[in-house]
Design a protein around this ligand. Sequence first.
Ligand SMILES: NC(=O)c1ccc[n+]([C@@H]2O[C@H](COP(=O)([O-])OP(=O)(O)OC[C@H]3O[C@@H](n4cnc5c(N)ncnc54)[C@H](O)[C@@H]3O)[C@@H](O)[C@H]2O)c1
Length: 440
Amino acid sequence: MTYARAMTKPVDIAPATGRLGVLTPGMGAVASTFIAGVLATRAGHAVPVGSLSQLAHIRLGKREENRNPLIREFVPLADLGDLVFGGWDPISPNALEAARTAGVLEERDLGPISAELEGIVAMDAVFDQRWVKRLEGTRVKTTTDKWAQAEALIADIENFRIANDCDRLVMVWCGSTEAYQEASAVHMTIESFEAGLRANDDNIAPSQIYAYAAIMSGVPFANGAPNLSVDLPCMRELAAREGVPIAGKDFKTGQTWLKTLLAPGLKARMLGLRGWYSTNILGNRDGEVLDDPDNFKTKEVSKLGVIDSVLQPEVYPDLYGNVDHVVRINYYPPRGDNKEGWDNIDIFGWMGYPMQIKVNFLCRDSILAAPIVLDLALFMDLANRAGQSGVQEWLSFYFKAPQAATPVPAEHDLFIQQTKLKNTLREWMGEDAVTHSEAG
Ligand SMILES: NC(=O)c1ccc[n+]([C@@H]2O[C@H](COP(=O)([O-])OP(=O)(O)OC[C@H]3O[C@@H](n4cnc5c(N)ncnc54)[C@H](O)[C@@H]3O)[C@@H](O)[C@H]2O)c1
């Protein structure tokens, strides 16, 4: 298929030839559901529901031109048939065990792909229980020296690349949420971080060692948890120096995704907000990890930023200057991965009269997260082949706390994020941005 009327100069994108290795630090509920879904899709047993890269179309040119190809036919993405999977985990031995423990997918779906899943064996993790108190890791690297851990991960990446005959690799963090941390002196420059690795600095968390190893190996890194990982000055500097795309953080799946649908709607109508109370019950391993206050704090910070950023209280003090925003997560084992979220939203209208909105979302966490892992893997690989490096802000669509490429904070509004994603693809392919104005 050809697409005429190129208005801007397209970006040079290397073709997606050969195999793409997708590495996930963390082979738990999300990673195993993602891998199983790709295998099932490949075998013709499933449709990749929730994935823009597989199902979404993209309008090109003016409406009357009627050009609306699938995204995957418009941009040169890796084919699902060319993906190979690997990862690290301190508990799960392989993707099949991980999927069975997570209990997200039923045996009737796992059965036909069980041999393939079992063959995806987790490598020993760089793990330190101080960062995830609720987990007992047994499949961990023996060295506790951080520099040696980084070297071991770099060797794992290279060995995986050779063993699986990969043309390219991407890494998507699907590991646990680590204890809350703020950036410190060791995170400021490449030099200070490398000195910290050599000195076994306590402020360096395991996820940062994976990020360092990925970038040093030329492997794009997307961060699905709220951990700092690549949201650090040293990692931005390293990504720029090595020419590697990075993105984060924290997959935008359930409650926060709904928030970024609803809050822009209130603002579009200039309706006021007085309070937003969100609570969840969740019974999977992620819920267990988040039951520790230090780990929950990391998640809470990631979830709380959304409303302020969308509603701009500094611009609209009368409407959004006095909002109580509370987020709770309660670990409740009977629910497993099937999280239930409640939102009570206190809004006000004309002459200040109050109203309420109640949302009760019975979701499946990993079912929502899996297509995000797929899209991030494919789009990060595309960015890499397009010669992009540093923070990929156009992928903000997928994150609760999107990292910004510039000092201006990233956009949280889902619809603006979607426009940004699609316009970036249009521009890279030499098509006009779609502005939805009368003229276009
Ligand atoms: N499912 C969602 O909707 C969703 C949304 C946003 C973010 N997340 C985040 O994605 C991550 C994965 O979620 P999940 O439901 O799969 O959790 P999970 O607990 O099932 O899986 C996480 C896995 O990471 C492993 N792990 C912990 N520390 C590790 C390390 N240092 N190296 C390698 N592996 C390590 C754990 O053993 C576990 O198997 C979590 O951080 C979660 O907060 C999930």
